[in-house]
Design a protein around this ligand. Structure first.
Ligand SMILES: NC(=O)C1=CN([C@@H]2O[C@H](COP(=O)(O)OP(=O)(O)OC[C@H]3O[C@@H](n4cnc5c(N)ncnc54)[C@H](OP(=O)(O)O)[C@@H]3O)[C@@H](O)[C@H]2O)C=CC1
Ligand SMILES: O=C(O)CCCC(=O)O
Length: 492
């Protein structure tokens, strides 16, 4: 174990970024009961280090500290808060390489993608820091001659955050950014698989000048305990969650008891549609990015690829050729494009989906099995002959499997694309302007990528409809979920 810590530390320009204590109420601490849990490297299957396994009581301390600290923080001007956030952004970018190394070690994505995620995460801190200066209220013409109506926007209160392992930095940044920018205290509980990126962000936030207690990082293997503390502690006024729809539902039920405002960024089942008038090479490139980014482990990854009959075979050949060029391996090695899956469970789910396609009469064009590297490495896979009756049509695979469905007409594919409880991201490739307009309007999704496989940016509202979630993250809309409106009626 010590060897691995030393190895990772020796790669870092600033070894102090590899934190093995938790950040609670402005102090770097152990768990109150002294327990710890191990953080694994999914590419090597060994332990990187251990971190404190914090309890509900530790979380309650962090919440109390956030409640106290936000009084002064919220009273500062937007410009003052923006200055601290600017510094935080700059420190994240100055330490991009170290943060990326830590991220790849604990999560497995290739280093180039990890660098991209750090820049993406930092962009939310930068963007929302700038928004801190623009939290405008309103005046409304009075309803009587002697009445003046104003609407104030005030920070909602302490925010509890629960995030997944697939974006250990960016998912926290796009919640912490708006919360802290508008003046809230923020208590985050990163996924138990990936606490190290969160701790490093916490350390840089501290160095940037965030006041003690404004940001706590609760490392814990006891996810449901921490979720309960967030939902039952009266000081917490907002819960923000990214993860599966299943856990989102549990948290929404729990949060109902104290009528807490919730943002939920949940599962997806993204359709990726290729029409026969599309630029096929561009569509293949877009599908590669959308499907295989993060080894298929994002909620906006293409999950169902619908290809119009006339171009189906050609598209399948071109996609399979591109997939065969992917280089699977340890994300820390040069030239690797595709890391391991996060866990043995994830591998099993991928295998289950492929077996279900084959049992239903589908064909494996490339891949289809565990990778010779062993562990949780899996061959990037393309399957054809996929139908709406198969599991991949309704379940999120969260892995490197591109299932190709054949369709004939525009109306048919819109109906099939919408036949899901999810509604996060969708994509299509076409050139006819009438078709582009009809299809973007017809897709029941929070996000539509037209002739692009990448839609993520801090300047646009990210979020889903139906059972993919509630609320939007990013853009000027992203601060609204962290604010309360106060209507003031002045009689003169
Ligand atoms: N929308 C998205 O981006 C994501 C979607 N998913 C989907 O969910 C599937 C399962 O992935 P998984 O990571 O297990 O997602 P989960 O929804 O189980 O986990 C997300 C976060 O919630 C925490 N959590 C789990 N149970 C509870 C609970 N009862 N109360 C409070 N917090 C809880 C987890 O903690 P811990 O780390 O300890 O488990 C983690 O931090 C994936 O295969 C994918 O289909 C997953 C991740 C992200
Ligand atoms: O998987 C997620 O939860 C978010 C996808 C990352 C992004 O593109 O913003």
């Amino acid at each position: 174990m010590l060897d691995t810590v030393t190895n990772l530390k020796s790669l870092l320009k600033d070894p102090s970024l590899l934190c093995t204590k938790a950040l609670v109420a402005g102090e770097w601490v152990d768990a109150e009961d002294g327990k710890t849990f191990a953080v694994m490297n999914p590419a090597r299957g060994d332990v990187i280090c251990t971190v404190p396994d914090l309890t509900r009581a530790d979380t309650a301390r962090a919440i109390k500290a956030a409640e106290v600290a936000m009084k002064d923080w919220a009273a500062r001007t937007g410009k003052e808060r923006a200055a601290v956030m600017r510094k935080w952004f700059e420190l994240m970018m100055a330490n991009q390489e170290d943060l990326a190394l830590i991220l790849t070690a604990e999560m497995g994505k290739p280093l180039a993608e990890a660098r991209g995620e750090i820049a993406y995460g930092a962009s939310f801190i930068e963007w929302f820091g700038e928004e801190a200066k623009r939290i405008y209220g309103e005046t409304i013409p009075g309803h009587m001659r002697d009445k003046r109506i104003t609407v104030l926007k005030q920070p909602i209160g302490v925010v509890g955050s629960i995030t997944p392992w697939n974006f250990p930095n960016a998912m926290i940044a796009r919640k912490a950014g708006p919360a802290i920018a508008v003046g809230c205290g923020f208590v985050c509980r990163p996924a138990s698989e990936t606490p190290l990126s969160a701790l490093a962000m916490g350390l840089l936030g501290e160095r940037a000048g965030l006041p003690k207690g404004i940001l706590s990082v609760i490392t814990s293997s006891r996810a449901s305990d921490i979720g309960k503390e967030f939902c039952e502690n009266h000081a917490v006024r907002k819960l923000t969650f990214t993860g599966s729809t299943e856990v989102g539902r549990i948290l929404l039920r729990q949060a109902a008891d104290q009528v807490m405002k919730c943002s939920m960024e949940l599962g997806g089942n993204a359709p990726f549609i290729v029409f026969d008038d599309a630029d096929l090479d561009a569509a293949v490139e877009g599908a590669m990015m959308s499907k295989f980014r993060n080894n298929g482990q994002t909620c906006v990854c293409a999950n169902r690829i619908y290809v119009q009959a006339g171009v189906y075979d050609t598209f399948a050949e071109k996609l399979a050729a591109a997939v065969r060029k992917l280089n699977v391996g340890d994300g820390l090695k040069d030239g690797v494009t595709t890391g391991p899956l996060i866990s043995a469970d994830a591998v099993e789910k991928v295998e289950e989906h492929i077996a279900d396609v084959v049992a239903g009469g589908g064909t494996i064009v490339t891949g289809g099995a565990r990778h010779e590297l062993g562990g949780t490495f899996f061959q990037p896979t393309v399957v054809t002959g996929v139908t709406q009756a198969m599991k991949v049509a309704t379940e999120e695979t969260f892995g490197p499997v591109a299932p190709l469905f054949k369709f004939e007409t525009e109306a048919e594919v819109i109906e099939k694309a919408n036949a899901t409880i999810f509604g996060l991201a969708s994509y299509f490739y076409a050139r006819d302007v009438g078709r582009i307009t009809r299809v973007q309007e017809g897709l029941e999704y929070g996000i539509v990528g037209v002739n692009t496989g990448i839609i993520s940016t801090e300047v646009a509202p990210f979020g889903g409809v139906k059972q993919s979630g509630l609320g939007r993250e990013g853009s000027h809309h992203g601060v609204e979920d962290y604010l309360e409106l106060k209507y003031v009626c002045l009689s003169i």
